[in-house]
Write a protein that binds this ligand. Sequence first.
Ligand SMILES: [Zn+2]
Length: 367
Amino acid sequence: MDRAARYHRIQLALGAVGLVIGVAYLAAAIAVDAGHALDAAARRLTEAWSVRVAFVAAVLGAGHRLLTFPLAWVRGWLLPRRFGLLHQPLGAWLVDRLKAAALGAILGLVVLEGVYALLRSTALWWLWATGFVLLLSLLATAIFPVLVVPLFYRMAPLADDALRRRLLALAERAGTPAVDVFVVDQSRKSRTANAGLTGFGRTRRIILFDTLVTEFTPDEIEAVLAHELGHHVHRDLWRGLALQTVISFVTFAAAHAILVALQPISGLTRLGDPAGLAWLAVVLGGLGLLAVPLGNTVSRALEYRADGFAVRTTANRAAFVAALERLGDLNLAERRPPRLEEVLLHSHPALDRRIAVLTRGASSRLQ
Ligand SMILES: [Zn+2]
């Protein structure tokens, strides 16, 4: 087994361990009825349900974080360093993780308080919750490039004039107005390279890792930019949001039915009881996991389409394939993961398959 495959086998195995720990943790919380104990503790201070929800969630969430911290450290720091992907010192890595955890906690709490407010006020909570999550997703997408990315990176407009001119020409050929391009200083942390289209409206921009700008030839960078421009032209952010909204609708509706059916077992007289948080987490978490393969399958289709767009627009298949090869090397990508793993877990097609599709495109045009 080569180095990349070994790295991904280990990461996958540890990811499965993390999932098992998470399930066992929630099962234990339910078995000892931690929800009622924590809620009772909160009630000694206040009857306000919003504070009780926050308290139960904070304690259960913090317990899970602490329990899985060693695993997060091995997966996020130790292994990437062993395999030469990461050179960030432990202190800086911890600061990044703390920021990410704080952001996650804030967003999670907003979602939770919103869902509980709806659970406590209407039997159609699952319908309203879908709209609420859509609203939050729109907001999060809009602020991500301007408020979240700067927490982790220094971001500057693409300074290279020649590259900028090429992008403008590219956007013109693609029949779209130019999208701003920004560069972030990934090289401070890691050798990995990446690019992505983020934000919408006035915050929409393509973000490039500086590793990509320094390690790739201008033709290759142009090809990567063309791929990102493809996502823009195809309105993939909106497609993603629309799919996510359908998934949340089905998830919340199914969660309602399951939570009601479970009431004889859970002993929750009201679904909006803060003491039932572990049940809500198990049901929503389980349904969320089921939706992952669907989201990934749609995502992979959008990636293939953006690849096709990049090659057509630049008329330079060799440069795009070379860029994919270079990305694969830098990121220690698994070129050919097991098919089932790709189908279930990967948002992007496997490198070998991506290149094969592009090359097949070439030979079929020759025939
Ligand atoms: Zn893409």
